[in-house]
Design a binder for this molecule. Structure first.
Ligand SMILES: CC(C)(COP(=O)(O)OP(=O)(O)OC[C@H]1O[C@@H](n2cnc3c(N)ncnc32)[C@H](O)[C@@H]1OP(=O)(O)O)[C@@H](O)C(=O)NCCC(=O)NCCS
Length: 434
C-alpha cells in the first residue's frame, strides 16, 4: 500500500473536508520560519547529513519523536497518525533481509530522517521468472529539514545497501498525489511509474453483516494454502516466493474459502484440486504491528461519525452504515491473495469479505478491513468498500539496479520487466509491505 506518509492526502480518510486546526497552522508556520535559517538543498547542506544504520538502543526515542513530528499532516486535511507500538523497525522486521537507516544533521547530530528497506524474491509473471526485488518504504524527513538533500542521501544509501544484497530491482509505493515523493524518486533517482493498484477500505460497523445463503466458508490449512496460491498466482506479478513464510507468520489470521454449500461434501482441500466455483483470501492482522489514529477532523464530522456508531449499536436492525471510532487508536485487517473463479465467483467473494468483516467486528479495536488489488482485477467489483475512504491509484515506481542484459535469463521479457505490460490483471500485494 502507498507509503505516502501522512502528508499525502491519500490516507484512509481521504475525502473528508475539515478545518485546519490552529495548532497545525502554527506548527507549519514555525517549520517555514525555521527553514529560512537553514541552507537550501546545496552541496554544503548535503555535507551536513550523515546516514548510518539505525541502532535500537541509541535511536529509538529520537526516531519515534521525529516520526511523530512528521505526522503533522497536510494543510486542510485530516491526518493519520501511525503508532509503531514502540518498534520503529516493525514494518520490515518480517523480511529475512531488512535494514533501517537514519540521517543525522549538523553538528548536533540530530536525527532528521529515516528510511527502511527489505529484499524479497518475487515473480515477474513472465515465464515463471523470479527476481530479487528490494522494497523501499517508510521514508520520512522531519518537516524542519526538508529540501536539504536529506531524502536524497537516505535513498542513495539505501540503494547502495540493496545493490550489495544483490537486488535486481527496487520499488516504492506512494500516493499518486504525493508530489515530493514522486519527484524525488522519478526525477532524482530515475524510477519509472510502473503499476497503480487500487486500495479498498471497508469500515468495521457496529453490527454483523449477513453472509449469503447457500454459501459455505471453510478455513484452508496453511500447507494447502501455499499450494493453492502458488498455482493461482503463477502468472501474477510481485508474487512472493516465500509465500509459506507469510502464511505461517503469526500475523496471518488464516486463509478462507467460500464455495457453494452443495459442493462442500464433494470437496477435499487436501487433494489440492479446486472446486468449480470459489473465492479465496487470507487475512493479515496489522493491528499487532501498528495502530492508526485520525486527528484534525472538524467537530461536526466527529459528532456525525460517533452518532452513527451509537445509533448502530443501539438499534442494529436499522442497519445504519456506522463509522468506526477512528479518533482513538484502531487496527486494520489486510486482505491479500484475493481470487475468485466460476460463475458464482463475485457472490462468493462478497460473502467472504463479509465473513472477514464479522471477524474484525469481534476483534476489539479493529476499525477497518483493507485490501489492495490491480485496477483491472475482476475481484475489485466484488469487494465491499466505501468509495470515500478508498483510493484509486496507489502508485508503484520501479528501477532496475543491476544490468541484467549480461545475465543468463531466459526470454527477453524477463530482462525488461519495466517495459513489459502486466502479465495478468491480478497482482500479488504482500501483506508485509503494508
Ligand atoms: C518526500 C520527502 C522524503 C523528501 O525529503 P527531502 O529531504 O525534502 O528531499 P530532498 O531535499 O532530498 O529533495 C530531493 C528531491 O525531491 C523532490 N522534492 C522534495 N520535496 C519536494 C516538494 N515539496 N515538491 C516537489 N519536489 C520535491 C525534488 O525533486 C528534490 O530535488 P531538488 O531539491 O533538487 O528540487 C519528504 O518530503 C517527506 O518526508 N515527506 C513525507 C513522507 C513521505 O511522503 N515519504 C515518502 C514515502 S514514499
Amino acid at each position: 500500500m502507498g507509503d505516502g506518509g501522512v502528508e499525502a492526502p491519500n490516507t484512509i480518510l481521504r475525502g473528508f473536508l475539515v478545518e485546519v486546526p490552529l495548532f497545525k497552522t502554527m506548527v507549519l508556520k514555525i517549520a517555514d520560519e525555521y527553514r529560512l535559517h537553514v541552507e537550501s538543498n546545496t552541496e554544503e547542506s548535503r555535507n551536513l547529513v550523515v546516514v548510518r544504520e539505525y541502532c535500537e538502543e541509541r535511536d529509538k526515542a529520537s526516531v519515534e519523536k521525529m516520526e511523530r513530528q512528521c505526522d503533522v499532516g497536510q494543510k486542510g486535511k485530516p491526518s493519520i497518525f501511525t503508532d509503531l507500538l514502540g518498534d520503529p523497525i516493525c514494518r520490515v522486521r518480517h523480511f529475512p533481509s531488512h535494514v533501517m537507516l537514519v540521517a543525522e544533521y549538523g553538528k548536533a547530530r540530530e536525527i532528521v530522517g529515516v528510511i527502511r528497506g527489505c529484499i524479497k524474491h518475487v515473480t515477474t509473471g513472465h515465464s515463471h521468472h523470479v527476481l530479487k526485488l528490494a522494497y523501499i518504504l517508510g521514508l520520512r524527513v522531519s518537516t524542519t529539514h526538508r529540501r536539504l538533500g536529506v531524502g536524497t542521501k537516505l535513498v542513495q544509501h539505501l540503494e547502495e545497501w540493496c545493490k550489495q544484497k544483490g537486488a535486481d530491482y527496487a520499488y516504492i509505493a506512494t500516493d499518486c498525489a504525493n508530489q515530493p515523493s514522486i519527484s524525488l524518486f522519478t526525477e532524482k533517482f530515475s524510477y519509472t511509474k510502473f503499476r497503480s493498484p487500487t486500495v479498498l477500505v471497508q469500515p468495521v460497523h457496529a453490527h454483523y453483516k449477513p453472509i449469503g445463503s447457500g454459501i459455505a466458508i471453510v478455513r484452508i490449512p496453511q500447507h494447502v494454502a501455499v499450494k493453492i496460491y502458488r498455482y493461482l498466482f503463477a502468472n501474477a506479478e510481485f508474487f512472493a516466493e516465500d509465500i509459506d513464510a507469510i502464511l505461517f507468520n503469526k500475523l496471518n489470521l488464516g486463509t478462507f474459502m467460500a464455495l457453494p454449500k452443495k459442493l462442500l461434501p464433494k470437496w477435499d482441500p487436501e487433494t489440492g484440486i479446486l472446486p468449480q466455483s470459489f473465492a479465496v483470501l487470507s487475512v493479515w492482522n496489522t493491528k499487532e504491528v501498528f495502530k492508526l489514529q485520525v486527528k484534525g477532523m472538524s467537530k461536526l464530522t466527529y459528532a456525525c461519525c460517533m452518532g452513527s456508531r451509537l445509533l448502530d449499536s443501539w438499534l442494529p436492525w436499522l442497519r445504519v452504515p456506522s463509522f468506526p471510532d477512528v479518533f482513538s487508536q484502531f487496527g486494520v485487517y489486510f486482505l491479500y491473495g484475493l481470487t475468485m473463479r466460476g460463475t458464482n465467483g463475485q457472490r462468493l467473494m462478497k460473502s467472504l469479505c463479509t465473513f472477514v468483516h464479522n471477524m474484525a467486528k469481534d476483534d476489539v479495536g479493529c476499525g477497518a478491513v483493507v485490501t489492495e488489488v490491480g485496477q483491472q482485477d475482476p475481484v475489485r467489483v466484488a469487494i465491499p468498500h466505501w468509495r470515500r475512504l478508498s483510493w484509486n491509484e496507489d502508485l508503484w515506481c520501479i528501477k532496475k539496479l543491476t544490468d541484467l542484459e549480461g545475465d543468463n535469463y531466459e526470454g527477453s521479457k524477463t530482462r525488461d520487466w519495466i517495459k513489459s505490460p502486466p502479465s495478468s490483471a491480478g497482482i500479488f500485494v504482500d501483506p508485509r509491505d503494508i
